[in-house]
Design a protein around this ligand. Structure first.
Ligand SMILES: [Zn+2]
Ligand SMILES: [Zn+2]
Length: 261
């Protein structure tokens, strides 16, 4: 494979990877994975993310607070997100969105947090990294209400059907496919992976979660995005080089990340 891939969404700052960063960056290189983006999960973790992206030129960051973190840290306001986004390696706001699968009850705070992220993204003109699980209708409605289409972004680890993909695409968003696409019974995701226009498609690991086949159940890491790309290319009936070229171009067009060296 001559064209290098990007892992558009991972959590390399998680304790699972402590002390293994150089080994994992080497594995990326050996597998033709040139870059990775680390998505934010809490404000408290941001310094660890910043340290990594300052240390390695081919890592980028997003600043945000995950919808699943209810009592694990500070609630972000627009100002703090805007301030973090001034870091030169921060290319997006997120991950943010809605998750009605992991948390139940009154989730108005989750919707408020999501709105805060969209407003911050609009203020600093950076794309959004959207996490949505069992909450597609509200996610799309809030994006429409808050003008999320002005900045666009990506629906990461996409697990919805073609109907939701069409609405996300209509709002100008990209769709990112994770290692779930390699699971034998993930028919809906396989269908979406073949459906999304090539110029709106990204691939990711969401490491340390969701290791692709044949590593299912093991610790995931960015080099394994190669297996995601192989499966998506197979489903689309195209060469993996063409898939790599398109998804890498899409990543740099979307996030405007300066250094592609
Ligand atoms: Zn997520
Ligand atoms: Zn994530």
């Amino acid at each position: 494979m001559s064209e290098r891939l990007v892992d558009s969404h991972c959590h390399l700052d998680f304790p699972d990877f402590n002390g293994r960063e150089v080994e994992l960056l080497d594995a990326m290189q050996a597998n033709g994975v040139g870059w990775a983006l680390i998505a934010g999960v809490t404000l408290e973790r941001f310094p660890a993310v910043a340290t990594l992206v300052e240390r390695f030129s081919n890592l980028f960051a997003a600043a945000g607070v995950h919808p699943d973190t209810e009592e694990e840290g500070a609630e972000p306001d627009e100002d703090v997100l805007i301030r973090l986004a001034t870091h030169p390696k921060v290319v997006a706001i997120g991950e943010t969105g809605l998750d009605y699968y992991r948390l139940k009850g009154d989730l108005e705070w989750q919707r408020d947090r999501f709105r805060t992220h969209i407003r911050a993204a609009r203020h600093c003109r950076k794309p959004l990294i959207i996490h949505t699980r069992e909450a597609a209708a509200d996610t799309l409605t809030i994006l429409e209400e808050e003008g999320g289409d002005v900045v666009g972004g990506v629906f990461h680890c996409f697990t919805e059907g073609i109907d939701v993909a069409e609405r996300a695409l209509a709002l100008g968003f990209h769709i990112s496919i994770s290692g779930i696409v390699t699971f034998r019974n993930a028919l809906q995701i396989k269908e979406v992976a073949a459906f999304v226009p090539l110029d709106r498609l990204l691939v990711e690991t969401d490491a340390p979660y969701l290791a692709p086949v044949p590593f299912r159940g093991k610790l995931n890491h960015p080099a394994l995005v190669r297996h995601v790309a192989d499966e998506v290319a197979r489903l689309r009936g195209i060469d993996v080089d063409a898939l790599a070229q398109a998804t890498t171009d899409n990543f740099f067009n979307l996030f405007g990340a300066a250094s592609r060296a």
